[in-house]
Design a binder for this molecule. Structure first.
Ligand code: GLU
Length: 488
């Protein structure tokens, strides 16, 4: 099995592109096949210089490594179409020679005139096809001498596929089953443009053939192109690879998840935006895997490795799948919890030290262990800045509502006990607090609230025993003193 991901470097890698890459990768892994990355950069008008690097970086970030491709040469390179032009021209010549393609000289004005002539209510978009090519300036209508003369004079021209009407063009799609198109509905697709470069259709089939691709797995938007490809394979006498078209990714409100409607709903479309927003690669991979595929049971958590074992095209659905950002967030929480505290601490160390002055790695890891269950993203830790520094303000609303006259007294009394405490562990702190409320005959809340306010400045958060243990005795007493000064 040889599969490929064949992105065009026309912009940053799209979330749907990453899913296509992932499914190809998973299939190769499952079957011990080869995953090829091919850069389809023949459309120079839409070429974006940084796009290829972005594609490579994002795949690396997601852990989707290719076996062959730019920088990882196998036997069938080069892996950029711009470096393979001679081969496309050669195949185009063969197609002309075998009568499956022809040369056409029509300029933009002639093409527009064709559309004008035939445009009607039933035919709003007249095409260059078997019904109209007889009216045009091409090697089917002009004499051989005239064609030669025009070519000699350097007249701009394209090469078109000659589609014969009246045939059923069929293929079996691994996801959709039998798909048939009537050949008469297919236009005489341009294969070589006037700049001498191939179109997507020609370059794509030549490379899939020459690179020994056995399975083409790509988005549903390419389904209408497939009959053209099948005709080209037939014209060349080549066996077409197996085909599988992945279901569309839909917006939560229905319809295709276009760039525009995604942005409207706050859904990032470029993979690098997910990186910037701090998503876990494992979470995005897990989420994308289930955006079209299902394991057939209730399981949801899948690492890349687990997916490589479980994935199959049989369990990829046909109908579009809705993008659910809340679900992705849930996956992020789960995958964040799978990481060790030390690992996350390593990631956050530099940023933590920048914000809060020198923070020790072990301190950071301890803070993370307290907060992990409450975090959706690693960087969420910094929202609890009281883990690293004394609160500068106290939640006014909570104070107005819950800081009673008795609060200061209770806090003072408890601070006295803490001062005496030698064993500064969570257990000892908890015992001290319980002893205090019992002796004073007060409720838990009467001390918990003022204590929490003085230590963190906010009404909710992790266990206070853990927090006191983390920041230490001196800092705990100092924060209480400050709060008594300011709120007392
Ligand atoms: N270059 C096409 C793209 O940008 C590839 C489609 C295919 O996989 O055949 O998606």
């Amino acid at each position: 099995m040889r599969v490929r991901f064949a992105p065009s470097p026309t912009g940053f890698l799209h979330i749907g592109g990453l899913r296509t890459a992932l499914y190809n990768y998973l299939l190769a892994k499952k079957h011990g096949g080869t995953f090829v990355l091919r850069i389809e950069d023949t459309d120079r008008s839409r070429f974006v210089a940084d796009a290829e690097q972005d594609i490579l970086d994002m795949m690396t970030w997601a852990g989707i490594e290719y076996d062959e491709g730019p920088g990882r040469e196998g036997d069938v390179g080069p892996y950029r179409q711009s470096e393979r032009s001679a081969r496309y021209a050669e195949v185009a010549q063969q197609l002309i020679a075998s009568g499956n393609a022809y040369i056409a000289f029509d300029d933009d004005a002639a093409l527009e005139a064709l559309r004008e002539r035939h445009r009607s209510a039933e035919n709003p978009n007249p095409r260059y096809d078997h019904t109209t090519r007889g009216e045009m300036a091409n090697s089917l209508t002009l004499s051989a001498d005239e064609v030669a003369a025009r070519l000699d004079a350097g007249e701009p021209h394209v090469v078109r596929l000659k589609v014969v009407p009246g045939n059923a063009v069929s293929f079996t799609d691994a996801i959709r089953g039998n798909v048939t198109f009537e050949s008469g509905t297919i236009d005489d697709q341009v294969l070589i443009k006037s700049d001498g470069l191939p179109t997507y259709h020609l370059a794509n089939i030549v490379d899939d053939h020459d690179m020994g691709i056995t399975h083409v797995i790509r988005g549903e938007e390419w389904l209408p192109s497939t009959p053209k490809h099948i005709l080209l394979y037939e014209a060349m006498g080549w066996t077409a690879p197996a085909m599988a078209h992945l279901p569309l990714i839909l917006s939560p409100t229905g319809g295709k998840l276009s760039k525009r409607n995604a942005e409207k709903q706050g859904i990032p479309v470029s993979v690098h935006q997910y990186v910037e927003q701090g998503y876990e690669p494992a979470a995005l991979v897990n989420f994308l895997a289930l955006l079209g595929w299902n394991p057939g049971d209730e399981r949801e958590m899948f690492s890349l490795e687990a997916l490589s074992g479980a994935f199959s095209l049989e369990r990829v659905g046909q109908s579009g799948v809705q993008f659910d950002l809340n679900k992705l967030r849930w996956f992020n929480e789960q995958w964040l919890r799978e990481r060790t505290n030390e690992d996350i601490a390593g990631q956050l160390h530099e940023a933590a030290s920048e914000r809060f002055g020198d923070v020790e790695l072990s301190y950071l890891a301890q803070a993370i262990s307290m907060m992990k269950e409450r975090m959706s993203f690693a960087e969420d830790l910094f929202e609890a800045d009281y883990l690293f520094q004394a609160p500068e303000t106290y939640d006014e609303k909570a104070v107005a509502k819950r800081w009673k006259e008795s609060s200061s007294g209770a806090l003072k009394g408890f601070a006295g006990r803490l001062d005496q405490l030698e064993d500064w562990t969570e257990e000892a702190l908890e015992a001290a607090l319980n002893g205090f409320i019992e002796d004073e005959g007060i409720g838990m809340g009467a001390i918990m609230f003022p204590l929490r306010m003085s230590l963190s400045g906010v009404g909710g958060g992790p266990s206070l025993y853990s927090l006191m243990q983390l920041i230490g005795k001196e800092e705990t007493l100092s924060r209480i003193e400050t709060a008594l000064d300011r709120l007392g």
